[in-house]
Ligand binder design. Structure first.
Ligand code: HEM
Ligand code: HEM
Length: 161
C-alpha cells in the first residue's frame, strides 16, 4: 500500500484539513468564551441603568463567522473521516460523540439565532455553551483515543506478519 493510502486507511487527516478543524474549533471556543466573559463580567452604565458593553456584540458577530467556518470544516471531515470511519468501527464511540456535539451545537445555535422565545432562550443558551466547552474537552480525547487505536492496530499487523 502506498504511504498516503496507508495513512488514509488509518483515518488520519491531511494536515491542511486538520489545521482548519483546530483553527475553526479554537475560534468558536475563544469567541464564545469572550461573549460569556462580557455577559457575566462586564456591564456599563447606560441611560436606563447597567447594560451590555458594545464589544459583547462584536464577540457574537465573530462567533457567528467562526461557526460558519466550523461547519465548513465539518463538511471537509464528513466523507473522508466520518463516513469512512463509521462502518470500520474505528474510534466510533468518541467519534460519534463528536458528531453529536457538532449537530447539537448547530441546532441550538440556529435556535438562538432564529427562535424568538424569551422563555426558551436562557435554557438554549446554557445548553449551547456548556456543550461547546464539553466538545472542546472531548476533541483532544477523541484524537488521543484514535491514535492509541491506530498504534494498537499497527502492533497487531506487525505481530501477524
Ligand atoms: C465532528 C466529528 C469529528 C472530528 C472533529 C474529528 C476530528 C479528528 C481529528 C482532528 C483527528 C486527528 C487526526 C490526525 O491525527 O490526523 C481524529 C482522529 C481520528 N478520528 Fe476523528 N473526528 C470526528 C469524528 C470521527 C468519527 C465519527 C470517527 C469514526 C467513526 C472518527 C475516527 C477517528 C480515528 C480512528 C482517528 C485516529 C486516526 C489515526 O491517527 O490513525 N472520528 N479525529
Ligand atoms: C460547531 C460549533 C458551533 C456552532 C455552529 C455555533 C453556532 C452558534 C450560533 C449560530 C449562535 C447564535 C449567534 C447569535 O445569536 O447571533 C451561537 C451563540 C453562542 N455560542 Fe456557539 N456555536 C458553536 C460552538 C460554540 C462553542 C465551542 C462555544 C463555547 C464557548 C460556543 C458558545 C456560544 C455562546 C456563549 C453563544 C451566545 C449565547 C447567547 O446568545 O445566549 N459556541 N453559537
Amino acid at each position: 500500500m502506498r504511504r498516503a493510502d496507508a495513512a488514509h486507511d488509518g483515518l488520519r487527516l491531511p494536515a491542511w484539513i486538520r489545521r482548519w478543524v483546530y483553527l475553526a474549533g479554537l475560534a468558536c471556543l475563544l469567541t464564545g468564551a469572550g461573549w460569556l466573559a462580557f455577559e457575566y463580567g462586564v456591564r456599563i452604565e447606560g441611560p436606563f441603568g447597567p447594560e451590555a458593553h458594545p464589544l459583547q456584540r462584536t464577540w457574537l458577530i465573530a462567533h457567528g463567522a467562526a461557526a460558519m467556518v466550523a461547519l465548513w470544516a465539518f463538511g471537509l471531515l464528513w466523507l473522508a473521516h466520518v463516513r469512512r470511519g463509521w462502518p470500520r468501527r474505528r474510534n466510533r464511540g468518541s467519534g460519534g460523540f463528536m458528531v453529536g456535539c457538532v449537530l447539537a451545537l448547530a441546532a441550538s445555535g440556529w435556535g438562538l439565532y432564529y427562535l424568538g422565545s424569551e422563555a426558551l432562550r436562557p435554557w438554549l443558551s446554557a445548553f449551547h455553551w456548556v456543550l461547546g466547552f464539553l466538545a472542546a474537552l472531548a476533541l483532544p480525547l477523541h484524537i488521543a483515543l484514535g491514535r492509541r487505536h491506530r498504534a494498537w492496530r499497527e502492533r497487531q499487523d506487525t505481530a501477524r506478519r
